[in-house]
Design a protein around this ligand. Sequence first.
Ligand SMILES: [Zn+2]
Length: 552
Amino acid sequence: MSDAADVAFVNGEIHTLTAPDETYEALAVRDGRIVRIGSTYDVEFLAGVDTDVVDLKGRVLLPGFIDAHTHLTTVGRRLVHADLSAADSPTEAVDLLAERAAEVDADGGRPDDAWVLGYGYDESEWAENRYLTRRDLDRVPTGRPVAAFREDMHVGAVDSTALATIETEVEAAPAETVPTDDDGEPTGVLLETALDAVYEAVAPGIEKTRESIGAALAHCARRGVTGFHDMVRGSDAPRVYREFDRAGALTARVRVNYWSDHLDALREVGLGTNDGSAFVRTGAIKTFTDGSLGGHTAKLSEPYADAPDESGQWVVDPGRLRALVETATAAGYQLTAHAIGDVAIDETLDAYAEAATDDLAVARHRIEHLELATDDAIDRLADAGLVASVQPNFHKWAGRDGLYDARLGDRRTETNRLRELHDAGVRLAFGSDGMPMDPLLGVHHAVTAPTPSQRLSVTEALRAYTLGSAYAGFDEDRLGTVEVGKRADLVVLDGSPWENPGSIRDIDVAMTVVDGDVVYDRDAVYDGDVVYDGDVVCDGDAPDGDATDDEG
Ligand SMILES: [Zn+2]
């Protein structure tokens, strides 16, 4: 056994993203671990005949991004089904669904494809600012049921064929989740729990889940995502992750946050928070409280600016939330709750404060989204050592005439106050919620947000997407910074975010490394300079309909 490195990265601008951030030229990796950081001269000492030496040519190398909140199968489904984030109007959405319908027909209509599905539309970016309805979807030329989902997955629409298929379930759904027209007929728009029937009807089998996850993992590698926290409910995803892990084919580390309906099963089989392998671990128990701002269902203390009679809905009411927090905390689980409106955030903080633990910071309970936190809530988060799992890409809605302006009026400047969360000492973890899954886009928004209270520096934003998310997953000792002893999960960028703070979203990922293995090398395709023949698992060609073609 020699002490030679397996891989050496030299002649780069390596940022550790520790506090303070330090820069070096080179690093060496052995057995998937960083074993030396220093000058190119220092590191070349560890290069043996079998060492792969990667010349970074002055490019920036960072710890790999960890997306603290995603729905990987949804990301994958956008790549496989119609990607409606590319639509600029209801008509374009219908056209994309029509294309998908033709594809499904040509494919012979496998049982999994019985429906024509589209994901990721965002009407707040359209001139015709309204949800898709049954009338739109009835124009898709197909005999199959059609469904389209808004990018937040809290709002969807079905056509008449689909509506007939799930009629019983829709009739049983709470009235406020099934909007009707002047004649009392369903508009085809379905909100929150009314969508469950659709999700059930289109639930993919294991083969489709493998396909979606495979597509989404390739997408992760192209975007520099070396780890992610997945929100999972009743899907085959955990099984597929473990299958890929056993086969050595998992190209990002997965932390599975299980929906609260899985809690009893997890306890029965003795699977606790942080149990698992180096690549797949059990994370938190996940619950909802309120809905979304897009769907007018986030729970607000003041009514919606564009719907004065509405102030949101509970998806999981405070009583159920308290009972869950109590049970899961007592059983030793990390817990995380989706809470967007100020009322929902306060209720979650109250429930956590009453939880059966002396030290919430030890449990690392999280709040997801946290879009409209009050000053008081920010202080409480900091004092309790809770994790704020936020989505900087949501700043795309924060500008004048954006979604937040429509829903909240002047309160739009009080959304996603990253600066104030950071300065109060709140533990910040960044994620995308899959809208789209693209950390550099998130960092871009964090650095360029419209209001100073919403903005972070480049280093702060990058740290939230690396070490911050690692902390949210109890991974700060092995991931999140470039330091000797940590796993070699790394990303190489084509440009420097510090030199181009106004256009970080345009910076390309050049290379992604997980556990010392190159899982993506863009240049392997572009100039034929394949550094690792065996290890490159996906090439630089983004498939058509790439979920990141988002202009938000
Ligand atoms: Zn989510």
